[in-house]
Design a protein around this ligand. Structure first.
Ligand code: THG
Length: 368
């Protein structure tokens, strides 16, 4: 493939110098920003992530900050997840929907203060949607993108590495909670969260100037822990059932189709702009839904789906993400499957660029 031309619209991050020095081999573009996808190889990065500790430049998980008296009201307009009991110190994974109940994003919300949140977004232009809603309803709230760049520390040795840089307090941070911890005299939000199921933290680096100092401090402290630069790993995230907005779901899907019904409290989410639509959807349930799928045969080619899921001549869904799993010794995949064929162990065919292969909807093999 040809190279990407850089410009002002394709943003570097506070850590790009470190990422390049670490030998990044490929990037994708996410929220108009560089996101590394490969360091050594996807398979080597995967094995290392599951056994050691990695530092990830996930600056592209941009923050949309809401601040001001109407913040609580505006936040609840954006999501069917009930935020009424959310406290400062908590992070919530939440579906963000439009007026039809269609997914606009699946961010992590961070409650900083009673009237102040960060929305840590996936790849869609949430800033404009939130500004539009805020101004359309003449709400008294500031909506901006602050100079905050998340740096993730992921893998089974994350606690040990983080304790060396931020102190033993990091070990007491609970899942999807954060503490404010000091680095070079600056107080940073450090949460136990991240886009893998190998354990770890996300540091919301406030102020790009301390990006490289923090990056360097983590690598120096972790020399004997085999710390490496890493990135969200395609194989690991499919095995773990972590969805990718724009790939596994789009605005055409409801949270229920995405298997995110457990994050919807549509009855109590008073004010959510998609509430009426989702109450209707929730009543009868979805007619297609995300499923784990194992795909037989040789390793699938680089993921440029979607690939049709067929039963005979009939299309019953599509594979939206797939990768060869060295640990499961099969291709693991995520697909959207019609209700007639979504039961565990239903046999199907997947139409790959190189021809049809056998596959099955699975359960209890990976992800659940
Ligand atoms: N961290 C932060 N921001 C993000 C991501 C992140 N923004 C973009 C993208 N990732 C958003 N998507 C996800 C998808 C899954 C999860 C987090 C963000 C996730 N899910 C867990 C699960 O599904 O098991 C936990 C959900 C829960 O129990 O609350 O972690 O990774 N800052």
């Amino acid at each position: 493939m040809a190279l990407l031309s850089l410009s002002r619209r394709l943003r570097r991050t506070p850590f790009t110098d470190g990422v390049e020095a670490a030998g990044v081999k490929a990037y994708t573009v996410y929220n108009h920003m560089l996101l590394p996808t490969v360091f050594r190889s996807v398979e080597e990065d995967y094995a290392h992530l599951k056994s050691a500790v990695q530092v990830w430049d996930v600056s592209c998980e941009r923050q949309v900050e809401l601040r001001g008296p109407d913040t609580g009201r505006l936040m609840q307009m954006l999501t069917p997840r009930d935020l009424s009991r959310m406290q400062p110190g908590q992070c919530f994974y939440l579906p963000m929907v439009d007026e039809t109940g269609g997914m606009l994003n699946d961010p992590v919300a961070v409650k900083l203060e009673e009237d102040r949140y960060w929305i840590s977004i996936a790849d869609s232009d949430v800033l404009y949607w939130v500004k539009g809603v805020a101004n359309g309803y003449r709400l008294d709230v500031m909506v901006e993108e602050p100079d905050v760049s998340p740096l993730a520390v992921q893998g089974p040795r994350s606690d040990d590495l983080m304790a060396r840089v931020f102190g033993e307090d990091v070990r007491d941070i609970r899942f999807f909670r954060y503490k404010r911890l000091e680095f070079q005299g600056r107080s940073l939000v450090v949460a136990r969260s991240g886009y893998s199921k190998q354990g770890g933290f996300e540091i919301y680096v406030e102020g790009g100037d301390i990006g490289m100092p923090l990056w360097n401090a983590l690598f120096e402290a972790g020399r004997d822990l085999d710390v490496h630069a890493g990135c969200p790993n395609l194989i690991e995230r499919i095995e773990s059932g972590l969805l990718s907005y724009g790939n596994d779901m789009t605005r055409d899907n409801t949270p229920h189709e995405c298997g995110l019904g457990r994050f919807c409290d549509t009855r109590s989410a008073i004010g959510c702009v998609g509430r009426d639509a989702l109450l209707r959807v929730a009543k009868d349930g979805p007619v297609q839904q995300i499923r784990p799928i194992s795909v037989e045969g040789a390793p699938v080619p680089g993921c440029t789906g979607p690939w049709p899921i067929m039963v005979g001549q009939r299309q019953v869904g599509q594979v939206t993400s797939a990768a060869w799993s060295p640990d499961f010794e099969t291709n693991v995949a995520i697909g959207m499957v019609k209700m007639t064929h979504w039961d565990p162990f239903t046999d199907v065919d997947v139409v790959l660029p190189g021809g049809d292969v056998r596959a099955a909807v699975v359960y209890g093999v990976f992800w659940n």
